[in-house]
Design a protein around this ligand. Sequence first.
Ligand code: COI
Length: 353
Amino acid sequence: YTSSVAPTSQAFGEGGGGGKGRNVKWEELGFGFVPTDFMYVMKCSLGHNFSHGSLSPFSTVSLNPSASILNYAQGVFEGLKAQRSEEGRILLFRPEENARRMKIGAERLCMPCPSVEQFVNAVKKTVVANRRFIPPLGKGSLYIRPLLIGSGAALGVQPSPEFTFLIYTSPVNSYRKGPLDLKVENKLFRAIPGYGGTGGIKSITNYAPIYRPIIEARTQGFSDVLFLDAATANHIEETSTCNVFVVKGNIISTPVADGSILPGITRKSIIEFATDLGYQVMERDIEVEEALQADEVFCTGTAMGVKSVASVTYNNRRVQYKTGADSVCQKLYDTLVGIQTGRIENRNWTVQV
Ligand code: COI
């Protein structure tokens, strides 16, 4: 195997896996884009519902330069994973949660959205068609990226006349290797407070604005930034792509997802299963100072999984946390991976493809 096409999106996720994916080297997978064989496309016009979609060979898409997504960013996306179980079954993790979250985002951005059933069926079809790209157990997963975009031409600022629901996939492994070193960002903000903005939906607009603070943090040797709430600049919210939790003793706390924080599915799952493991879980406001005094801090997300934070730096004050085999984060990670790969049965959260 030789790679002819360089991975195209290594800037923030690490590594690639390379090539056209004919023979992906599982060992080399990071979180770069590796094309797979098929994508799923379904279109509908404004005022209608999605009805029929189909698989087509993976390709670039053609858009009118006046398309709403290109001019006014009318679009939301999702991220979920297909993983192998020990027996080689293919499992999705709570895909209906992604479908519901996409629907909430679509309503906010005036777009029709596939039903939960359409969404999950389309994901299943796309995964089956690309199943040879699902890494073996322990080597990563097939990342599934559903997009819902205003694909019709609309020069005026108004909802698109046409919408496209598209799913593409890429084999991936860790988004970042090793524990994270976070820098608290107190000049640029990710979202406005409450439900008036779009911080709580997976809007395409929520991601490019974080490039600048991350690039600055990276040049200073940090792995990511920890955003604060825009109202007081005193409470932690989330990192560029992850929800955040702090641990003190037996209590695991995370900021309330009250409009400015993305309601992550990994976040929600941890809140639900950590109590079964004997922890007390609280959703509440967390001041930066409290986070600095925690025993542990960890991040969660579909791409990131459950990831320890080694340090947080706030106004040049650097605090280190417990990481490693005995950490709460490691226990939660092991449980989550166990559930996702079918080793641990939990509330029927996995869906077999
Ligand atoms: C995910 O964790 O799946 C996300 O969507 C974050 C992403 C922007 C990589």
